[in-house]
Design a protein around this ligand. Structure first.
Ligand code: PRT
Ligand code: ZN
Length: 213
């Protein structure tokens, strides 16, 4: 039986373009027309699934997808049992704690007893625990940066790239707790045939990267 590798990529968002380009640069052809949820390559044994990034680690853990591309932030936060196959170097960002600009900040101990709004309760919880700080983690799924101005929390913990969003919400970054880039994750029990397809992809990625340097 000829196996086809199922590859999960973000449908639309900050990872999508670079993820698709990675495979295109490897010479893998497929049609990702608007609204498509699935595409089969015309020249390589691969099929693409277009998903929300948060769902990708679970699909890979279950073996519904064989490999997937997500941010390390999502990979670590979802804590799924998957293999870390390769760091990809794009979609770099950091997860940081920020507080209102008008407030002073000396050390992480000042977060003791405060409430912090975030979509990353696992990574934030680990950071607080490592630092011996007890704070209330207020989990929200979006628009985290407005939490202090509406009285929902004292501080926020969110993804930062340029810092523009924090600035425009009157916040300042006081702790970088996690650095992230895109990562390829894989199902831990791939068949030898599928593993050899993954190896072909990794070989091509290396060749493309070497040609660029
Ligand atoms: O719909 P779906 O669930 O698939 O997408 P999503 O909205 O959850 O994720 P998306 O597309 O926003 O981000 C996908 C991944 O890109 C993230 O998980 C990160 O690994 C990475 N990434 C890189 C970022 C950013 N840069 C980024 N700037 N993710 C989010 N942001 C947001 C951040 O949340 C904040 O609101 O951008 C804002 C801050 O940006 P600056 O430049 O103003 O600091
Ligand atoms: Zn998401």
């Amino acid at each position: 039986m000829n196996e086809v590798l199922r590859i999960a990529v973000q449908k639309s968002g900050r990872l999508s373009e670079d993820s698709l380009n990675l495979f295109k640069e490897c010479g893998i052809k497929f049609d990702n027309g608007a609204g498509k949820l699935k595409a089969t390559s015309s020249n390589f044994p691969a099929e693409f699934l277009f998903l929300r990034d948060d769902d990708i680690p679970g699909y890979v853990e279950d073996g519904v997808a064989d490999i997937g591309i997500v941010g390390q932030n999502v990979h670590v936060e979802t804590s799924k049992h998957v293999n870390e196959v390769k760091l990809l170097g794009f979609s770099k960002c950091r997860l940081s704690i920020a507080i209102p600009r008008s407030e002073t900040y000396g050390s992480v101990k000042e977060l003791e007893g405060k409430s912090i709004a975030t979509s990353y309760p696992v990574i934030l919880g680990n950071f607080l625990k490592d630092n011996g700080v007890t704070a209330h983690i207020h989990e929200i799924s979006g628009s985290v940066e407005i939490a202090p101005s509406i009285g929902l929390a004292h501080a926020v913990c969110d993804i930062v790239s340029s810092g523009g969003t924090l600035l425009s919400n009157g916040l300042k970054e006081v702790e970088v707790i996690f650095r992230s880039e895109a990562i390829m994750i894989g199902y831990p029990n791939l068949s030898p045939e599928k593993q050899s397809i993954v190896n072909q992809i990794l070989f091509r990625i290396d060749s493309v990267q070497r040609a660029k340097n």
